[in-house]
Design a protein around this ligand. Structure first.
Ligand SMILES: Nc1ncnc2c1ncn2[C@@H]1O[C@H](COP(=O)(O)OP(=O)(O)OP(=O)(O)O)[C@@H](O)[C@H]1O
Ligand SMILES: [Mg+2]
Length: 232
């Protein structure tokens, strides 16, 4: 498997207490698959995703990505991994406000080893005509399209999406899900997505349910429903 997490534990200190946020997580995702993580607020979803993405480290256990144990990488290697292999998409877009759409994507392309063409990526998210606009001049859905373009321009192995439709209305959410599906299909990007919306799980190859830092359910979907046909 491309992503293999086993017995991953993570605690945070709060005062004299320690709070175990991940209590021995195990999960796997094959290359080119879409995985969905479901679970209540505070169950550890973002913590798990951040460790897989190399922005945080586990305390113990293993996180293998393409055979590399990323918990054992030194800080420079981890930065390199994050920069080359991982694209992040967040609920609140995190675009740089004083850069145009094109510039937001170019700054990432410029620090990547083998970036995709900026205009190609903008076309893929249907935002080429808004290249010179600033983020404040865009709707939420358009800003999310730009943030997806920014995440995929480096041609990452893995796209990590933390509630990518959390701030969007119904129709816009559905178009963003269709876009993620197209990225998965056209670029072969492995996608791991956190959502609170159980209906979205139908478009995934694998579904992981998290509760209080533990995987309580793991399902492999035999039938995958295209995002276009998912309704809630
Ligand atoms: N940097 C941190 N320091 C201390 N505690 C943290 C830190 N990050 C997360 N936590 C705690 O870990 C637990 C899990 O947080 P996490 O963000 O992973 O939850 P989540 O499942 O993503 O929730 P949500 O759906 O609300 O985003 C929470 O109780 C949170 O307070
Ligand atoms: Mg979260």
């Amino acid at each position: 498997m491309f992503i293999e997490v086993s017995n991953l534990k993570k605690s945070y200190a709060s005062g004299a207490m320690t709070h175990e946020v991940l209590k021995g997580i195990g999960m796997k995702l094959a290359k080119g698959e879409i995985g969905v993580i479901l679970g209540p607020s505070g169950s550890g979803k973002s913590t798990l995703m951040n460790i897989i993405g190399g922005v945080d480290r586990g305390d113990s256990g293993e996180v293998r990505v393409g055979g590399v144990e990323i918990n054992r990488l030194n800080d420079d290697q981890l930065t390199e991994y994050r920069r080359e292999d991982i694209g992040f998409v967040f609920q609140f877009y995190n675009l740089v406000p004083n850069l145009t759409v094109g510039e937001n994507i170019e700054v990432v392309a410029n620090i990547s080893k083998a970036p995709l063409d900026v205009d190609e990526v903008l076309a893929a998210v249907e935002m080429r005509d808004k290249k010179r606009r600033f983020p404040r001049e865009l709707s939420g859905g358009e800003q999310q399209r730009v943030s997806i373009a920014r995440a995929i321009v480096k041609n990452p192995q893995i796209l990590l999406c933390d509630e990518p439709t959390g701030a969007l209305d119904y129709q816009t959410s559905r178009s963003i899900l269709q876009l993620l599906e197209r990225v998965n299909r056209e670029y072969g990007t492995t996608i791991l997505m956190i959502t609170h919306n159980e209906a979205i799980a139908a478009m995934a190859n694998r579904v992981f349910k998290l509760r209080s830092g533990e995987i309580t359910e793991e399902a492999v979907n035999q039938v995958i429903i295209p995002a276009e046909r998912i309704e809630w």
